[in-house]
Unconditional design. Sequence first.
Length: 303
Amino acid sequence: MAAIVVSGLCKDYGPVRAVDELSFTVVDGEVFALLGPNGAGKTTTVEILEGYRERSAGDVTVLGVDPASGGRAYRERIGVVLQSAGFDEELTVRELVRLHAKLYPRTFDPDEVIDLVGLPDKRTARVKTLSGGQRRRLDLALGLVSVPDLLFLDEPTTGFDPSARHRAWDLIHRLRDLGTTILLTTHYLEEAERLADRVAVIRAGRLVALGPPGELGPSGATVSTLRFRLPAGLSAEDLPLLTADADVLDGTVQVRTSSSTKDLHTLSGWALQRGVELAGLTVTRPTLEDVYLRLVGEPDDEQ
């Protein structure tokens, strides 16, 4: 079942088209990452999905309703964690989470949520005393306390140290296991690679790639790189015929191939036949960051 369906979405700001014929679907219960450089249209798209911004054209359905007209009943079913949020600085963490919980018909226990996001020692601390990373955890607590069917996470781990970031990732995995659908925007490509079932990359308001992180690319083909030290006494001309050209630099052979299994089989058979070792043999696949940078190039100025 689809939690989000976007078809031909457009958003114009005067003569500027921020979102241009964008279409994608988010499956119920998955973590879906929306990626793109500044000005790509991510924030505009998410605000339309949340029901806080009107679209210029296209169809949008979220949790079975149009977010533009879903009203309170719709907003009670979603959680929103903004990139930055304003708090009453004099309230304590517990007071703020409890106050937020009173706005919704169904909620988790506020103290359990505070523990879940890693703030048990700060439940009686005033908001003004929290560090930047602790405030982000409080953001998460406020987004979770309403037991959302769909959670929007905008740069959720900004300001986190590596340990806190990994704890937040564990929390997001647990939420998915509980059946929560999550739409994530992030500039941490490792975060998207670790968390997302699928990612969509947009540039200048248009979709340029969509799929699982490990299969992302213009054609969906995965190009791997084989590397090894050229055996002593042999030259590039002695190498077997592979599906891609082999480059040799300072004694290191590198082959970029979309048929890594076949080429590995050819190379290992060749090495066994000649009685040589392929020293330092590695097979690496491009990271999501590698693919992302090829897709979007240099980031645009923020629109």
